[in-house]
Design a protein. Structure first.
Length: 267
């Protein structure tokens, strides 16, 4: 089945992004936009059909579409982002997803960022964070109770989202930063630890049999390759200053060709 990747352009005001764990640094917009184009080109080369939404100057974080929705095979959950400034990003992503999935919604007082939701087969791990609260997790469990998923909450620290610390790189293989999240939270999976010299190297994006991974984490990349994974690197230095990673910039899922064509024609 064809695979689609929904992305959104970098806001020209990305320098005003929300920050939680990083000190603010100057973000070069032109360089960030160029790196995002490289990222999108990589997704296309790996077989994704791209649906790219325009950025917006009033939405500094809008490039990070992952936080606005959780897309499963059966349904998509429209989240309620923990940062109030990000909630106006929702309508554009909702419209983009409507042709592809039945939509369900997290409501007030729930808070849920997609970056805190790690899907591994039918297991869904949800990180408790400054952006995701207990009501948000409870609502996700309720919304998915008629679907074959096991939702469990996970504690972590020292980073913005759960997927800053742990990501899926295979069907049952996770890349993990063990200083930020305990391996005891994950049962029945293989764990590859981030190299201790590269603490920010836990975010990777699986596309088919390839792992998309930021440049600059050569030791961790070598660990994945030693386990037989094909790794494709992309530059992410500018959006990393906004606490972004390679999972943050896209919503990747399968859909039929007719629906993809219709959705692309409507944008």
């Amino acid at each position: 089945m064809p695979r689609i990747a929904i992305t959104r352009e970098v806001s020209e005001n990305v320098h005003s992004c929300e920050l939680t764990h990083l000190a603010r640094e100057k973000i070069d917009y032109e360089r960030a936009a160029a790196q995002h184009r490289e990222y999108k080109a990589c997704l296309v080369e790996l077989g994704c059909q791209l649906l790219s939404l325009p950025g917006a100057p009033e939405l500094p974080d809008c490039v990070f579409v992952e936080d606005i929705a959780v897309v499963l095979d059966e349904v998509a959950i429209i989240t309620r982002p923990g940062a109030a400034s990000r909630r106006p990003e929702t309508p554009a992503l909702q419209r983009a997803l409507e042709p592809f999935r039945q939509l369900l919604f997290v409501r007030e007082p729930g808070l849920l960022d997609g970056g805190d939701v790690l899907v591994v087969g039918h297991d869904i791990y949800v990180g408790r964070s400054t952006r995701t609260n207990a009501p948000g997790i409870a609502q996700l469990i309720h919304l998915l109770e008629s679907f074959p998923y096991n939702v469990r909450d996970v504690d972590f620290h020292s980073c913005l989202h759960l997927k800053s610390a742990v990501t899926a790189i295979g069907e049952r293989t996770l890349l993990i930063q063990e200083d930020w999240v305990s391996r005891d939270a994950f049962d029945g999976v293989e764990l590859i630890a981030v190299d201790p010299a590269e603490p920010h190297g836990g975010n990777a994006l699986r596309i088919g049999e390839t792992v998309v991974y930021p440049t600059g984490f050569d030791r961790t990349r070598a660990r994945m390759e030693a386990h037989g994974f094909e790794v494709r690197t992309v530059a992410q230095s500018e959006l990393a200053k906004a606490e972004g990673g390679v999972t943050c910039g896209s919503l990747v899922f399968d859909s039929d060709a007719a629906t993809i064509s219709k959705a692309r024609g409507a944008t």
